[in-house]
Ligand binder design. Structure first.
Ligand code: ATP
Ligand code: MG
Length: 219
């Protein structure tokens, strides 16, 4: 599978600032003349949005862990085929708010389902597609959750099933991301998410720039 574009993902726990930074990054890339495609997990496609409603619905407390795992990968499989591959083929910068690393951290490690299932499903759903660069926004678990809760108060607040997990669960998620950073330091870069929005955005840009220079992305 040869691709021309650049696949970048944003990762990290609840409230670390992924969606905020995704918006700023896409704006900046477009200002600089790049063609950009965005994907959000779960979601991204019409079918993905229907899956998202099941996954994040605060009422869906009885969703089993294997069902959750499969639904995340179902949404991802649809986005890979319908959105991400075509955009990469066309030479776009593709930015995804979460991808397979989230399944590793949340379902593989924090839920305890184990890594082998993640890798098997990754092969089925993504056909070997991996991000060239993963920007992992790292922040103290309580601080991230406080941001997410403040935001949820202002919104309709119906997508809180995972935000409402225990502190221990979210600490395991953070540790799993640290494991990925240690294991794949070239791909998975730690971004300190504690500073202000503009400072974090600049750090993300600094990390991304060499990949834009080196790649075969359209301008
Ligand atoms: N660097 C920052 N400093 C202070 N507040 C921030 C920062 N980044 C984001 N926020 C605020 O924190 C809240 C959560 O941010 P955002 O929704 O981008 O996080 P997220 O990682 O996408 O969360 P989720 O995992 O729930 O999707 C928002 O209200 C946002 O405005
Ligand atoms: Mg978000």
């Amino acid at each position: 599978m040869t691709e021309r574009g650049l696949f970048v993902t944003l990762e990290g726990g609840e409230g670390c600032g992924k969606s905020t930074q995704m918006r700023l990054l896409m704006e900046r890339l477009r200002r600089e003349g790049y063609t950009v495609t965005g994907n959000v997990e779960p979601g991204g496609t019409r079918i993905g949005k229907q899956i998202r409603a099941i996954l994040l619905g605060a009422e869906n407390l009885e969703l089993s862990s294997p069902a959750e795992l499969l639904l995340f990968f179902a949404s991802r499989a649809q986005a890979v085929e319908q959105l991400i591959h075509p955009a990469l083929e066309a030479g776009h910068v593709v930015v995804s708010d979460r991808f397979t690393d989230s399944s590793f951290a949340y379902q593989g490690v924090a839920r305890g389902l184990g890594e082998p299932w993640i890798r098997d499903l990754e092969a089925i759903a993504c056909g070997g597609l991996k991000p060239a660069l993963t920007l992992c926004l790292d922040i103290d678990v309580e601080a991230g959750l406080a941001r997410a809760r403040a935001r949820n108060l202002e919104s309709t607040g119906k997508e809180t099933r995972l935000d409402d997990e225990s502190l221990a669960f979210h600490r395991k998620v953070r540790e799993a991301y640290h494991l990925l950073m240690a294991r794949e330091p070239e791909r998975v870069r730690r971004i300190d998410a504690a500073p202000g929005i503009e400072t974090v955005a600049q750090e993300i840009w600094n990390q991304l720039m060499p990949f834009l220079d080196a790649g075969s992305v359209l301008r």
